[in-house]
Design a protein around this ligand. Sequence first.
Ligand SMILES: Cc1cc2nc3c(=O)[nH]c(=O)nc-3n(C[C@H](O)[C@H](O)[C@H](O)COP(=O)(O)OP(=O)(O)OC[C@H]3O[C@@H](n4cnc5c(N)ncnc54)[C@H](O)[C@@H]3O)c2cc1C
Length: 258
Amino acid sequence: MFRVKEYVKAGSLEEAYQLNQKKSNVLLGGMMWLKMGSNYKMTAIDLSGLGLDKIEETEEEFRIGCMCSLRQLEQHKGLNEYFGGVFKACTRHIVGTQFRNGATVGGSVFGRYGFSDILTCMMMLDTQVELYKGGIVSLEEFAKMPYNRDILVRVIIKKDGRKAAYVSQRPSKTDFPVIACGVAKKEDCWYVSIGARPGKAALVKLTAGESSLAEQAQAAAEQFAYGDNLRASGQYRKYLAGVYVRRLMEQLKGEEQK
Ligand SMILES: Cc1cc2nc3c(=O)[nH]c(=O)nc-3n(C[C@H](O)[C@H](O)[C@H](O)COP(=O)(O)OP(=O)(O)OC[C@H]3O[C@@H](n4cnc5c(N)ncnc54)[C@H](O)[C@@H]3O)c2cc1C
């Protein structure tokens, strides 16, 4: 069971940040992950009063507050229209609707979980995270950074004209993914993100060449490391990655030619 002694609804990010510098305190997202553990913490820091539960769309970008739920990503019209429905595709298999109403974008991205559909999906786009102290860094860089006690304030996704597609394979409908693949295309560049290898999502960029899509997909899939766990072997994951990346490339190519 996850237990806390005190609860503070932060009045500002500075207050939340100062409280969070103590190792015995903890920031709360939707608590869906935290409550699975058996930690005892002194102070739970709630960010829900800071207006960070909105997805704002401007001419240049989407700005997603850390307290937005996964359900908001799944249902946001602008995000899904602009990126070909990938936010619906990457969230719809995560447990169930009630769960997705609780789990937050901040908890999902800050956690940098290996199995994360959210990290995989956002990685193929031009995504940045805004950290309270660390400022704005690319998601690709953030995923490699060591854990610290900063606050992820929002995720920023640029409207840079990328077309995107996403798919995951799971042993059963709401289980963790065995492999998660995202492919985006802008002009002659492919952005390929693969997660649940079982390591966390990483990004590979390649220039669309003269070779067949199957060869390009294979070349992309070869650049990631795969491993074994309870759900699948690394060899199986690598095979799946090649197939899914090819299918996503074909889907994007097909849409381009319409
Ligand atoms: C049973 C189960 C199944 C799942 N299946 C999947 C799946 O198939 N695919 C998938 O992608 N995800 C899956 N998840 C993960 C889930 O989608 C969320 O990513 C996860 O629950 C964390 O989000 P949260 O809002 O619950 O965070 P919390 O549990 O509240 O917090 C998680 C961690 O992030 C920290 N944190 C929270 N918000 C911030 C912030 N703004 N800044 C800095 N640190 C912060 C917390 O202190 C904590 O350490 C699953 C989770 C569970 C429990």
